[in-house]
Design a protein around this ligand. Structure first.
Ligand SMILES: *Cc1c(COP(=O)(O)O)cnc(C)c1O
Length: 432
């Protein structure tokens, strides 16, 4: 399998090249050159995530230097559970819990898989590989956790000072060792601009081999597709019907993996995107007018994206607006609705949602009885509520128990360097 740029099919790369480059040389995003058909029968007897993932990923690794190591990469990356938990509702609905990894958000799947791949690709190389990552919250912690302690690789995380939640900040700064955490006097956009400037800086490139682990790397989408394959198979085996998904969305990486799973032939039915007040995509589906804009801050901050980068991959799959509208639907949810949904479902279902997952729960409630009954539905839960106690605890009126893995991270000492938002300061910190 080769991977091609969304902007030019002639610019193709092996999987290993696409993983290392992140972005294609023309600024496009890598996508598989074709989608093989993998029906339900191929997965007979496979129920656990590593077994399902190994069969699903085989054609995507075929012909690549990492092919023989893929099963080991899968076992190493997916070493935590992915439960599909039934909800006590009259209709058939379940929650796909993606928060059982080391940093309690779904970003762990992509980060751990990418780390397992890049660790192998870089093995034996003389020079240290420096991974730069700008984060608005969850990505940086997941990437730091995944690469922490890997020989020959160093991670530099940039986050906007004062603009991430206290628990997110602890997850960004608790590492030390081969992880440098930089608290930048600026916004997330400043952090992203600095990372881009570092890649374009010849003086830095001469002294360090740089790579990125941001959300556009194809090495984050392939592992995310695995949990859609697994949960759609489980739902189909149980009910004989395809699973319909509701996915909390920002940069569209998570939902794109769901679309890929359906395209390949897995039993996925409707795909509904849940957005917060950042309504670029819902407005586009309603009007056909693509109007990217500055993001607005919401309670579901990891979804505060005004110009989602994976739109380019969705467009590549569905070039016509009508085709895209036929393939997905999207609903925007306000902060007020997020608060009310967390309160209501805590009381009604005994479920505690994180603010991101609450957007999916709200969209589910708003489907109406007839559509809910036409399930099965799967609500995708993207983070553990204990990552957001400031929001969730006052709404449910109780303290949230912290998962042990998260608890351990939160108790570690902080390692952080404060820098101004300049390339000079970033280069100094990278080379220090
Ligand atoms: C990143 C993130 C999202 C949004 O996912 P995308 O792939 O950017 O659409 C949703 N919820 C949580 C908790 C996240 O960390």
């Amino acid at each position: 399998m080769r991977y091609v740029s969304t902007r030019d099919a002639a610019l193709s790369a092996t999987l290993s090249e696409a993983l290392k480059r992140g972005i294609a040389p023309d600024g496009g995003l890598y996508v598989p050159e074709r989608f093989p058909h993998l029906g339900v029968a191929l997965f007979e007897g496979a129920t656990r995530l590593p077994e399902v993932a190994t069969r699903f990923l085989a054609p995507f690794f075929e012909g690549d230097g990492l092919d023989a190591e893929m099963p080991a990469i899968v076992r190493e990356a997916f070493d935590f559970p992915v439960p599909l938990v039934p909800l006590p509702t009259p209709e058939d609905a379940s929650v796909l819990e993606l928060f059982h990894g080391p940093t309690a958000a779904f970003k762990d799947f992509g980060a751990r898989f990418l780390a397992a791949c890049l660790g192998r690709l870089h093995r034996g190389a003389g020079r240290t590989l420096t991974i730069l990552v700008a984060t608005s919250g969850d990505t940086g912690g997941a990437v730091a956790a995944a690469f922490h302690g890997r020989p020959g690789i160093e991670v530099v995380v940039l986050y906007p000072r004062g603009l991430v939640s206290p628990r997110q900040e602890l997850q960004l700064t608790c590492w030390g060792g081969n992880v440098k955490s930089l608290s930048v006097a600026g916004t997330f956009d400043d952090c992203q601009r600095l990372v881009k400037a570092a890649f374009a800086d010849p003086a830095l490139a001469a002294r360090r081999e740089l790579s990125s682990a941001n959300s556009i790397n194809v090495g984050r989408l392939l592992p995310q597709a695995c949990y859609y394959v697994k949960s759609s198979l489980a739902t189909f085996r149980r009910t004989g019907r395809p699973a319909n998904y509701i996915v909390p969305s920002g940069n569209l990486g998570n939902v794109l993996a769901c679309v890929w799973a359906r395209r390949i032939g897995l039993p996925v039915g409707e795909i509904v995107l849940a957005f917060n007040a950042n309504r670029t995509v819902p407005d586009y589906l309603a009007t056909g007018d693509w109007q990217p804009r500055a993001s607005v801050a919401t309670l579901a901050s990891a979804m505060d994206v005004g110009n989602p980068s994976n739109m380019e991959r969705l467009r590549h799959l569905f070039p016509e607006w009508d085709d895209l509208r036929g393939a997905l639907s999207a609903v925007s949810v306000s902060d007020e609705q997020i608060r009310a949904r967390i309160r209501t479902d805590h009381a009604r279902l005994g479920q505690t949602w994180c603010p991101h997952t609450a957007t999916a729960a709200e969209v589910y409630a708003g489907l109406g009885e007839r559509r809910r009954a036409a399930g099965p539905w799967v609500l995708v839960s993207t983070a553990h509520p204990a990552k957001f106690p400031e929001t969730v605890e006052p709404l449910i009126g109780a303290p949230l128990p912290v998962p042990p893995a998260l608890e351990r991270l939160l108790s570690l000492p902080k390692h952080v360097t404060e820098i101004p938002a300049t390339l000079e300061a970033l280069a100094g910190a990278v080379l220090a």
